[in-house]
Ligand binder design. Structure first.
Ligand code: NAP
Length: 276
């Protein structure tokens, strides 16, 4: 599927590296076909040594004659990158794949004067191949390019295609931001364990395995979460007592409000990101 495909990464930080690693670990691309661009020479030396890929500090040189260009810079520097690459540096038949949070397809298309664009919302577990990437593509993106995008994202964990860009803002709030919610709950449970008297390392071990086991159980049993919860809630028991307090404290409403706020923020930031 990738045979001689040449790929460039513009911005080679945490996510750029996760994608490079995923592609190479899965045997999808060889080092000689990958070039990473980044401003810091130390970072480039690190990537070159670790993966044997080509590196450069010049974004324009990086994208020249490439089949796929991955935009993996922070949102704050996207404007500058679009200006730099916007005057025909990218081959017209190349695929541009952006993971930049909040950057709309329209903004990238206008900024680069380019048609074939895939916009992705990944999340941090992509770094260990357990990510959730939600993506969409412009009509100008060819079938072979869509297959390549899908395979690249599958190398980071699970991928899910949506046909409407608004789902990307929803995904930003649910799966993109999701690890932050989970880590907060994880931390709160560990602290609760310490509050009762467990040493922190023991509380941590209990909580992590409980979360991991619960996710796997839900995934493999395919039962509704309420059903699984009822299974551990005996009448007048400890779970019933704890769940009563969680409901009384408005846990569901707080979570729903938090996700809604993240969704609104994502839409707002997307609307702000105009270069012209
Ligand atoms: N991390 C996640 O889980 C996650 C999840 C969803 C979406 N995203 C999106 O993925 C993108 C990358 O995130 P990240 O976590 O990988 O950030 P990161 O680690 O900061 O990586 C960005 C890289 O781009 C480099 N850079 C800065 N200016 C540049 C320029 N003009 N040209 C080329 N490279 C430049 C940075 O170098 P310096 O460090 O020297 O500035 C850095 O190495 C962001 O847009 C983010 O919204 C990330």
């Amino acid at each position: 599927m990738f045979s001689d495909t040449q790929i460039a990464f513009i911005g080679s930080g945490v996510m750029g590296e996760a994608m490079i690693k995923g592609l190479m670990d899965q045997g999808l691309l060889i080092a000689q076909h990958i070039i990473a661009s980044d401003p810091r020479p130390e970072r480039l030396a690190e990537l070159s040594e670790r993966y044997g890929i080509q590196v450069t500090g010049d974004n324009v040189a990086a994208v020249r004659d490439r089949d796929i260009v991955v935009l993996s810079v922070k949102p704050q520097v996207l404007g500058e990158v679009l200006k730099e690459l916007g005057s025909g540096a990218i081959r017209p038949d190349a695929l541009v794949l952006s993971i930049v949070a909040g950057a709309t397809i329209d903004r990238i298309a206008r900024g680069l004067n380019h048609q074939a664009i895939v916009r992705v919302m990944p999340n941090t577990p992509a770094q260990i191949g357990m990510g959730m990437s939600v993506w969409t593509a412009t009509p100008a993106t060819g079938e072979a390019q869509r297959k390549q995008a899908q395979a690249m994202l599958a190398a980071l964990g699970e991928e899910f295609y949506v046909d409407h860009e608004d789902y990307l803002d929803m995904a930003t709030a649910l799966s993109g931001t999701g690890p932050a919610y989970v880590f907060l709950v994880m931390e709160a449970l560990i602290d609760a364990g310490v509050h009762m008297g467990f040493p922190r390392w023991i509380a941590e071990r209990l909580v992590l395995q409980t979360m991991r086991g619960s996710v796997e159980f839900a995934r493999t049993s395919r039962r509704h979460p309420a059903e699984l919860r009822n299974m551990v809630t005996s009448p007048g028991g400890t779970s019933a007592e704890a769940l009563y307090q969680l409901e009384k404290g408005g846990l569901r409403t707080v979570i729903s409000k938090a996700v809604w706020a993240a969704y609104q923020k994502s839409r707002y930031l997307g609307g702000l990101g105009r270069d012209r």
